[in-house]
Ligand binder design. Structure first.
Ligand code: 1HE
Length: 264
């Protein structure tokens, strides 16, 4: 493991493993990993500074919780102008996750609340341990989501569920959260980080152009009008298949040198 060559705040720690997987830890457990301005900025710095050899990232939280959301002590003095710029800083940081070069896997346990859920929603794959629970207490705090949640959370669970959570304070546990779409995986207690690392190592072996297509073409195609989407799909498919990496991998399969698809 080598540390990331960028200065991060004490609330974050990032190390890079030999196999091209970076691990970002929310390291403020005494405040339940609540996100203050320095942490938002640190997330942006971290993702902007990932060296070329990093092929995937795992995010997890230290202590009993993934993240208690926005650091509420940081916003009491904000006026509307400061509030807009504050929200835009979150958008910048989380866009670097969602629209970056590498897939990001979030390991969720304990509280995944407010801005913590927004952070998780900006990641590409979410694994929940049984202790995970999801909440949006913004309404109760007199706030609104500001970290991209109104765009990303409905994509996961639908607008009706999100609206219900914000108005009634409804929370979802890990199992029902899995069914609702908060996470793609429910894993045994204490195994999330290892599972995420194994996934990240697998992702690090994929063809870069296939990863690019999944991260950048797929979400845009899914939200495009269908005719435009189908055209974009054909173009992306042709570019991927024409790449040298695809040719090598297809030849390896046809010559029986590549693994078959197996059920877990
Ligand atoms: C915090 C925060 C925080 C904990 N900001 N300091 N988020 C929320 O509304 C969630 C608020 N937090 C909680 O409901 C609970 O803290 C938890 C359920 C997450 C955890 O409970 P617990 O019993 O394990 O811990 P605790 O005793 O409540 O908290 C430990 C310390 O962390 C305590 O500080 P201390 O100095 O008294 O030790 C808490 O004050 C502190 N702490 N959560 C600041 N969030 C981009 S817009 C996004 C908008 C939102 O995210 S709104 C949702 C905010």
């Amino acid at each position: 493991m080598t540390p990331l060559a960028a200065a991060l705040p004490p609330s974050l720690a990032c190390a890079i493993a030999e196999d091209g997987v970076a691990i970002l830890r929310l390291a403020r457990p005494h405040k339940r990993n609540a996100i203050d301005d320095a942490t938002v900025e640190g997330i942006a710095v971290c993702f902007a500074a990932l060296p070329e050899r990093v092929r995937s990232v795992v995010i997890h939280g230290e202590g009993e919780h993934f993240c208690a959301g926005l650091d509420l002590s940081a916003v009491t003095e904000n006026d509307a102008t400061a509030g807009v710029f504050h929200s835009r800083a979150w958008h910048r940081a989380f866009d670097l996750i969602e629209s970056g070069r590498v897939p990001v896997i979030a390991v969720l346990h304990g509280a995944v609340i407010g801005g913590g859920l927004e952070l998780a929603a900006a990641c590409h794959i979410r694994l929940a341990e049984p202790s995970a629970y999801f909440a949006l207490p913004e309404g109760q705090r007199g706030l609104f989501v500001g970290g991209g949640g109104s765009v990303r959370v409905p994509r996961l669970i639908g607008t009706a569920r999100m609206l219900d959570m914000m108005l009634t304070g409804r929370t979802y546990g890990a199992e029902e959260g899995l069914a609702a779409g908060f996470a793609q995986y429910l894993v045994a207690a204490g195994t999330g980080l290892d599972r995420a690392m194994a996934m990240a190592r697998h992702i690090a072996t994929l063809a870069p152009l296939s990863v690019f297509a999944a991260l950048h073409a797929l979400p845009r195609i899914a939200e495009a009008d269908p005719r435009t989407g189908l055209l974009m799909e054909s173009l992306m498919a042709a570019i991927a298949a024409g790449d040298g990496e695809a040719k090598l991998r297809l030849r390896a399969f046809l010559e029986k040198r590549a693994p078959k698809v197996t059920r877990e």
